[in-house]
Design a binder for this molecule. Structure first.
Ligand code: NAD
Length: 363
């Protein structure tokens, strides 16, 4: 009988379960491990909306024949520091990894590189790709567009035209955790609205519009027909960044943008990555000291007392994720409904519940 209780799994066990599922689906060992590494990494970082809970969607898309396993991206352009790859709707974890390998190699060779990845299936948490560049000692900037059913209204508009186009920047720090700024350009991620609906909660004000373009706090307005729209974060500023994600994350290197109707494809990501080798600009200890002093200065601001009353100290990008990794190192909580969906997804590719639980070290 399928459990509907929360489970808590060590990261390696959760990863083994995902690997077993994708091996059964037909992925190579390398592909299955890349998928597991990124999804479990998102759970570890505290971003459950982009963790193993994505597997049921991936499997549904695979079963519908809209996703190709074991597909390495094609090189469309290779000119000095410029590269364009086309993933042919292969798994985003493989495509993203391949794109970052090229971005890193070329930034080392030229000091800077621009890598366009187009037509990939979902590439997950973008911070993962920034962390890959940081681990190689490189700064990276990522513009990403999402081609799917529109869910975000442009600032000043009243219906959905774009998706949640994420943006990320990673800055390596040789003697500390990297700074990784990584967010969706909508006020709330779609996954967070879904959680609010499932829990019967209302949303904060000024996050969502209903189908008539009027503000609503009812999360169902994003999912029930006729559908409403999320607002961009930061009003015209976030809306402008989302638009630039369409251009620098896709159009610039020949990828699809949102006015081209998505058709049957459920989710496509395109990503433009600029990687910079800071060592070529002097970098080294002087840069690291400068960043450390800047962070000390910013963090010396006394904690503010927000309306909800709990004082908040200044944090910098990447710190909440580092804290989550420590807290979840021994066990990642997976809610009962997500576990049920994962077990069901395993079944769809022919891995029965006993084998799936065994792979997760549960039985
Ligand atoms: P979020 O609102 O949780 O913001 C996360 C960022 O803000 C991180 O850089 C974090 O370190 C920083 N941060 C959080 N709290 C902070 C604080 N108090 N002080 C300073 N910095 C703080 O992120 P989100 O918008 O919900 O996005 C979640 C994830 O979804 C991201 O990893 C993003 O890449 C991913 N995403 C992916 C897609 C896709 O199509 N692949 C689409 C949208 C979002």
């Amino acid at each position: 009988m399928t459990t509907t209780h929360e489970v808590s799994l060590p990261p390696a066990a959760l990863s083994n379960a995902v690997v077993a599922l994708f091996r059964q689906a037909g992925s190579s060992e390398t592909e299955a491990r890349l998928v597991a590494e990124q999804l479990v990494g998102a759970n570890l970082a505290g971003h459950d909306s982009h963790g193993v809970g994505m597997v049921p969607l991936y499997i549904d898309v695979l079963v519908a024949g809209e996703l190709t396993l074991n597909r390495r991206p094609d090189v469309v352009l290779d000119q000095g520091p410029l590269t364009v790859l086309d993933a042919g709707v292969g798994l985003g974890q493989v495509a993203g990894h391949a794109a970052m390998q090229v971005a890193i190699e070329k930034a080392r060779a030229h000091g800077v590189s621009l890598t366009g990845l187009r037509n990939s299936h979902h590439i997950g948490r973008i911070g993962h790709w920034a962390e890959m560049a940081c681990a190689a000692g490189l700064v990276s900037i990522h513009f990403v567009n999402v081609i799917a059913h529109p869910v975000v209204a442009p600032w000043g508009g009243s219906d959905a035209r774009l998706v949640t186009n994420p943006f990320a920047i990673g800055v390596p720090r040789p003697r500390a955790e990297p700074l990784v700024l990584d967010f969706a350009t909508s006020k709330l991620a779609v996954g967070k609205v879904r959680v609010a609906r499932n829990m019967g909660k209302t949303l904060p004000a000024q996050v969502l519009l209903d189908a008539e373009g009027r503000p609503t706090r009812d999360p169902a307005a994003l999912f029930d027909e006729p559908r409403g729209a999320l607002l961009p974060f930061g009003d015209h500023k976030g809306s402008g960044l989302a638009l630039m994600c369409e251009i620098l994350g896709s159009a610039l290197f020949g990828g699809p943008v949102m006015h081209q109707k998505p058709g049957r494809v459920r989710v496509i990501n395109n990503m433009g990555t600029i990687a910079i080798d800071p060592a070529r600009l002097g970098g080294g200890e002087a840069l690291d000291d400068q960043i450390a002093r800047l962070l000390d200065w910013v963090k010396a601001s006394p904690a503010a007392e927000p309306p909800e009353g709990v004082p908040r100290a200044v944090q910098v990008a990447g710190e909440p994720e580092t804290r989550s990794r420590r807290a979840r190192a021994a066990g990642i909580p997976i809610d009962g409904e997500t576990w049920r969906q994962l077990t069901e997804a395993a079944g769809k590719v022919g891995l029965d519940e006993r084998a799936f639980r065994h792979a997760a070290g549960l039985d």
